[in-house]
Design a protein around this ligand. Structure first.
Ligand code: IDE
Length: 434
């Protein structure tokens, strides 16, 4: 038996734009993802989050599924585009339902759905947006702070900055390396200002969630890419400095004001870690570089050998173990939460209305074991959140990639529990694995 510490926070995660739908209901204003998904060619088959899983209306049914799982916690995001509108009352209803079910709410303030009106004013390339975010954070706390246990400021600033502004594969669809670094800095400033605002309002537990990945391959390119993906955020947020190598690198692209490190370096109570897969690099003088890793000419990003998920991401639970151990040793004193781990596979509904997602069960089983191995090596890991509770809108892939413990039939909005749902329910009940 593998038993986790008493009180280990078993959860599942979602995000507003990916599940809520009701895109224009009760005053919700457009976000950059409404604009992006409605722009032809940006999202596969023109899918949008207009309806998604209709969670805005079906939240009680979905909380009942969480209760059936025995979730200790639920990680969701608050839609900034609903703040200040009648629709913000949805979060009162959701929180009341969660607390009634004995489920601890972990709320992300920003999971990529920037109001389009702020984008029109420059978005994350404008320093002012960081201050607008802190105001929103304070306002959300005022309305919901009595029921949210942990506040997470940002989900994956690397994706917002480098996928949204480097390659432009995500909203707002900018393709400019200087913009990517500038956005990254302003996002971290936004985090720092929001933590200050949340603390001033009385928040007890604040965090940020980073997508972190071990970089495998040739040493020199791996070190640079580790800097561009991981240390560029970890060091300012947890040490209050930009790593020298990263600073020198980003100065090739932008002269953005960077002396906000004291604001950025706010103490946090827990670091959220989203882990899916490592990255693989090798030196290749012919390589053109990768737009989501600016300045990587001469570095090839190679596909993993071995088993992959439906996203083409390598399956490597050992790297979760090594990542958690590294974080606990290089950034000691900050408890960790795995805020996302999961996999997309080709799910099919069988005649008996079941989804036998054996690949997903195997993926989750291996990663839960890796998390336990990291704890055994001293990692202060407090919880594990599966991405995702429900199949949902998978950004540029639309509804073609399914990550859920629950299958969603988008034609009927019917929810179908996958085998992984039952597997995870048993893990939670046992607080571990056989
Ligand atoms: O792709 C699965 C999930 C996604 O649905 C979540 O909204 C997001 O938080 C999330 N982050 C990653 C890992 N990082 C990543 C890298 C490049 C593009 C998009 C995500 C995976 N996922």
């Amino acid at each position: 038996m593998i038993i986790f510490p008493e009180g280990f926070l078993w959860g599942a995660a979602t995000a507003a734009y990916q599940i809520e739908g009701a895109a224009r209901e009760d005053g919700r204003v457009p976000s950059i993802w409404d604009t992006f998904s409605h722009t032809p060619g940006k999202v596969r088959d023109g899918h949008t989050g207009d309806v998604a899983c209709d969670h805005y209306h079906r939240y009680a049914e979905d909380v009942a599924l969480m209760r059936e799982l025995g979730l200790r916690a639920y990680r969701f995001s608050i839609a900034w585009p609903r703040f200040g509108t009648p629709g913000f009352g949805f979060y009162d209803r959701l929180l009341d339902e969660l607390l009634e079910a004995g489920i601890t709410p972990v709320a992300t303030l920003y999971h990529w759905d920037l109001p389009q009106s702020l984008q029109d004013g420059g978005g994350w390339l404008d320093r002012d947006t960081a201050y607008r975010f802190a105001e929103y954070a304070a306002g959300a706390y005022e309305r919901l702070g009595d029921r949210v246990a942990t506040w997470t400021t940002l989900n994956e600033p690397w994706v917002s900055a480098f996928v949204g502004h480097g390659s432009g594969r995500h909203a707002p669809g900018v393709g400019d390396p200087a913009a990517a670094f500038t956005a990254a800095h302003h996002l971290m400033l936004a985090h720092g200002l929001a933590v200050q605002a949340l603390r001033a309002a009385g928040a007890g537990s604040v965090s940020i969630t980073l997508n972190l990945a071990p970089i495998l391959g040739d040493e020199e390119p791996a070190r640079l890419v580790d800097g561009l993906c991981n240390r560029i955020f970890l060091d300012p947020l947890l040490r209050g400095v930009y790593p020298e190598d990263v600073l020198a690198h980003l100065r090739r692209f932008t002269d953005v004001k960077l002396d906000d490190l004291e604001t950025i370096h706010q103490p946090i109570d827990v670091l959220g870690v989203n882990y899916y897969s490592p990255k693989h690099v090798r030196t290749d003088p012919e390589a053109p570089g990768h737009p989501e890793h600016p300045g990587t000419e001469g570095i090839a990003f190679v596909d993993p050998d071995g088993p992959v998920t439906a996203m083409g991401w390598g399956i490597n639970p050992e790297c979760l173990e090594s990542l958690l151990v590294r974080l606990s040793r290089e950034y000691p004193g900050t408890p960790l939460l795995i805020t996302e781990n999961g996999a997309a596979f080709e799910d099919t509904v069988t005649g008996d209305d079941r989804v036998h997602d054996t690949d997903r069960v195997a993926f989750l089983d291996a990663h839960v074991r890796a998390a336990h191995a990291a704890i055994a090596q001293g990692a202060d890991l407090r919880g594990y959140f599966v991405w995702s509770l429900l199949d949902n809108f998978e950004w540029a892939h639309g509804y073609h990639k399914r990550f859920g413990l629950v299958y969603v039939d988008y034609e009927t909005q019917r929810r179908i529990r996958k085998d992984s749902f039952h597997w995870y329910r048993d893990v939670i009940a046992a607080n571990g694995l056989r």
